[in-house]
Design a protein around this ligand. Structure first.
Ligand SMILES: [Mn+2]
Length: 295
């Protein structure tokens, strides 16, 4: 259907494995623009949709992996729209998507992730490990003032969550007390400069676990993803990000949900950044589908 992610269907079917859900929500005025992310991602995904206007099977071809999405059953749920986080909470509580589908939430600043994780866990999943791809720990203690910078602090209080892995943090906007508090709470801090050293520990700690992946755009090197509110110099490129996603998806018991946040299409470099995210989503869908069909 025109205008959806990869022209996918919007109607429910019992074969739907993944649900693309747009989050039109911005938690603070100084972050405005992120509520436009989901629709921009849909628009940019159009070039990968089938040229013959069929929704399925998706004929996205990669020289390395072949037809990556031919067995992927994806539904575009549409948007959840809310002015502020308390409204988002209400909207998500009302929202019903197929319980057997893995939600792929797209849009918003990082503040939205708390409600998204609650929704993805529902009453079903416990002992969930959150892998946070991010340049910042987002573990400061000021929820009211900086909801997107303290969101992981809140996530840590959720009963369904057993551990957070702050993956790839770097740059000079991090906070020493935040990192210390998170470690004290039993979480794992993986700075970018130690990623190769700690990588096997990361993979080990998610092995056979339910995992939720939250992907902040600023995790990526701004060379491939500049359109975000808090870009940080340096950091992983696209291929590195793909490898991490691939390994984490393969080692987990199941990915119970993903979100892609902090993309601001009103910033410079919106097409490049959005196209990078479209491809991260497509590849993640591919890795998850492959895992389902081989395990
Ligand atoms: Mn973040």
């Amino acid at each position: 259907m025109r205008g959806t992610f990869l022209e996918s269907e919007t109607r429910y079917s019992n074969t739907c494995d993944f649900c693309f859900i747009g989050i039109k929500c911005c938690s603070a005025d100084y972050l405005l623009g992120v509520e436009k992310a989901a629709d921009k991602i849909r628009e940019l995904s159009y070039r990968y949709a089938n040229a013959d206007s069929t929704a399925r099977p998706l004929k996205v071809y990669s020289p390395e992996e072949g037809y990556i999405l031919k067995d992927t059953n994806l539904l575009d749920y549409g948007n959840v729209e809310a002015k502020g986080l308390s409204k988002l909470k209400g909207q998500l509580e009302k929202m019903v998507y197929p319980f057997y589908a893995t939600p792929i939430f797209v849009g918003g600043d990082h503040g939205v992730t708390y409600e998204l994780i609650k929704k993805a866990c529902g009453k079903i999943y416990k002992d969930v490990v959150v892998v946070q791809f991010d340049a910042h720990s987002d573990y400061i203690d000021e929820y009211e003032e900086y909801p997107h910078g303290s969101v992981m602090n809140e996530v840590n209080k959720l009963a369904c969550i057993s551990k957070i892995i702050h993956f790839g943090i770097r740059g000079n906007l991090n906070s020493d007390p935040a990192i210390r508090n998170s470690k004290k709470a039993g979480n794992m801090v993986v700075p970018y400069y130690e990623m190769s050293k700690l990588y096997s520990d990361v993979i080990e700690s998610i092995k056979d676990k339910y995992v939720y992946i939250t992907f902040d755009t600023d995790f990526l090197n701004p060379a491939c993803a500049p359109a975000t509110n808090c870009p940080e110099p340096g950091g992983p490129n696209y291929e590195e990000a793909l490898r991490y996603l691939k390994d984490i998806i393969a080692s987990s018991k199941k990915i119970i949900g993903m979100d892609f946040v902090e993309y601001n299409p009103t910033c410079e470099g919106a097409i490049l950044t959005g196209t990078t995210i479209v491809n991260l989503i497509m590849e993640s869908l591919h890795y998850m589908t492959k895992k389902d069909t081989t395990s």
